[in-house]
Design a protein around this ligand. Sequence first.
Ligand SMILES: [Zn+2]
Length: 313
Amino acid sequence: MDFSHLLISDPQSLLVSRDTCLVCGNHQNRYILDLDLSAMDTFWQHPKIQARRYIHHLKSVCPFQVYECPRCGFIWQRNVLRSDAETWLYQAEPIGRGPGSRAAKYRSGGGEFTYYKSLNQVASGIYYLFRKNPGEIKILDFGAGWGDFTLIAKSFGYDVCVCEVDDDKINYFENMNIKNITIPSKQKFDFIFTSDTFEHISEVTSVLRLLLTQLKEAGYIYISVPTVKSNRIVKDTSAALLKAIRPFEHINIFSPKSLRLWGIKNGLKPAHFGGYLIETRERFNYKSIIKQYILKGWRSWFTTNQLFKKQTS
Ligand SMILES: [Zn+2]
């Protein structure tokens, strides 16, 4: 469905308000921002925000309100697009820079080494979680984008599917014989990878629960989302807006604590990769073990890249 006419004629009908903390259910939340959206010039003028050509119709009908839960630290935009309009916006103005553009940036020295390295670490870590033939490990890349992780996982030999809503991306995967599934599906996966997806989704918890029905018992899910501290949002609205929080696009901000709690409340147990790091020639080098294994495990307490294991019922 195309919502562009409704955006002009009745923008209010496309909005929903989220008043309760989506992680812990707390009703007593506080505003950390309550701004007039139409006055936020740095946002509307920024060249990277392509979707503004649609969402500017919304700026006069709702304020930009950002809530923080004092109990768990979850931060979210109160007024967001309802989920069908949210999906439409993503398709109408796909976020991301086209197939291969991130790899091209990497090749030409534009950074991204850490990004590719971390995707490789996850891909190799998956093998040590299951210790079976890669071709027997079924992986779902949920919100796969242009497939940065999908292609790496495929090169490791895993059986990889994607779940995307944007037609250009679905066609791109089809041309490479990578199957796109819609959820709910009959397929079950050993591992679900999802990066930079849940910050876009208004009904985060119902989507997570649906996604977990695709995960086998004792399977793993790796969730990676951007994060920013609330004091930074308050202090430096323009910079924060363009990164972790962005009207109608980046609508949820997890902290390391709220991300872990969200997983636990939905039947997951925090886990971490690790085994593979000491399976090297350096196995008996204690410094390497401390640096790579122990510190790596602790690092997940300070980031919003979290591995979870599905609890067996
Ligand atoms: Zn909360």
